[in-house]
Design a protein around this ligand. Structure first.
Ligand code: GLA
Length: 366
């Protein structure tokens, strides 16, 4: 446990309510700080398995916190419009059409919390529960292992789902996220990490100048409620072409029906994968600071959301407002609404199977 500070956040120690419903006793909420030999620091709380902060150097060695978030847990609980800052979302990250799916002949109804659809696991998804946490470490890395048992019928989903998420920060500035889950009944599972990044530093304006490269030749166009139409469309010749690095803001204002539906980018991209295992998904470069983030994943898709719902009302850790498009998310995952779209890669976990995925965020400068 050397170098791992596990400190109880006094403000976290009270009972709290989400949507008027008592969720948990928050006595056990803690904050864990992972540090590596170059001073990179990642903070994680076991409330929602949230990454509250990621501090990395720019090309001159100046450190900044590049993850949007808060200092106090009440803010995570009470945030306007629930932006899911830094959290693990599930049991099904992203949308399920009309909050309904049929599995093995039985129809399940879920909360319609993003009308007319179900979003990010429901009213009290994995981002709003207390996880059991344990600091772990090895040669050249420090980590936190988080466990949560989602009960059968919790938020309407079938099966007791036993989940472990492990964050590890190593000396080469890689933050890896390993997901593992098993179930006692067939259930959809789609877990992802919902950190909002601003590589200039959280609260420092918009992310429109960040250059994004997505290793995706296709994406899943959506209807006006952000449910995929089922088509895997080519990005070629559209504002969705990020196959070569491009400023996020370059084409965002173009007239395109998909950009109208998403209010900007809020779409799943179909990753070009090189076989099994970790494969390059995205690279983001912020020109003024020189900071670079690379993402590798075992997942088939990535949701690129560029903070279209941020509107300056939320103030973050530095007291500055999170303006419209003041952060972006790159959520590695399966495609939205997969439980209702048989042609998409399956998200169904069965009792004889193991859910196992990994995503790695690597930080550097150029
Ligand atoms: C996801 C969704 C967005 C939005 C954010 C949270 O990324 O795709 O539409 O709901 O979460 O604000």
């Amino acid at each position: 446990m050397k170098n791992i500070l596990a400190c109880v956040l006094s403000l976290f120690t009270f009972c709290s309510y989400v949507s008027g419903q008592k969720v948990q006793d928050f006595d056990s909420i803690q904050l864990y700080t992972l540090t590596n030999q170059s001073g990179v620091q990642v903070k994680v709380t076991n409330f929602g398995a949230i990454i509250t902060s990621i501090i990395v150097p720019d090309r001159a060695g100046k450190m900044a916190d590049i993850a949007l978030g808060y200092h106090h847990v009440e803010n995570y609980i009470n945030a306007v419009d629930k932006p899911y800052f830094g959290a693990i979302v599930g049991r099904y990250g992203n949308r399920i059409a009309k909050g309904e799916f049929t599995l093995d002949g039985e129809t399940y109804s879920l909360a319609v919390n993003n009308s007319p659809n179900h979003l990010h696991g429901g009213v009290i998804g994995f981002d709003k529960v207390v996880w059991e946490a344990k600091p772990i470490h090895g040669q050249g890395w420090q980590g936190v292992e988080l466990k949560y048992l989602a009960k059968d019928k919790e938020e309407g989903y079938p099966g007791n789902l036993s989940i472990t998420v492990t964050y590890k920060l190593d000396d080469s500035n890689q933050l890896s996220v390993d997901y593992h889950a098993t179930t006692d009944k067939a259930t959809p599972v789609n877990l992802t990490q919902h950190t909002y990044f601003n590589l200039k530093g959280e609260g420092d304006g918009t992310i429109l100048d960040h250059e994004l490269m997505l290793n995706a030749s296709r994406y899943t166009p959506v209807d006006s409620t952000l449910i995929p139409t089922g088509e895997l469309a080519s990005v070629t010749g559209t504002p969705f072409d990020f196959t070569k690095p491009k400023a996020i803001g370059r084409d965002i204002g173009l007239k395109h029906q998909q950009l109208e539906y998403g209010l900007g980018y809020d779409h799943n991209f179909v990753l070009n994968r090189d076989g099994e295992g970790l494969s390059h998904a995205a690279t983001v470069h912020e020109p003024s600071s020189g900071r670079v983030m690379e993402i590798h994943t075992t997942e088939p898709g990535i949701q690129f959301y560029c903070g279209n719902f941020l509107d300056g009302r939320l103030k973050g850790k530095s007291g500055r407002s999170y303006v419209h498009r003041g952060g972006f998310c790159l959520e590695t995952q399966h495609y939205p609404d997969s439980p209702n779209q048989d042609q998409f890669p399956s998200t169904i976990l069965r009792p004889d199977g193991v859910y196992k995925t990994t995503t790695v965020f690597k930080f550097s400068t150029k």
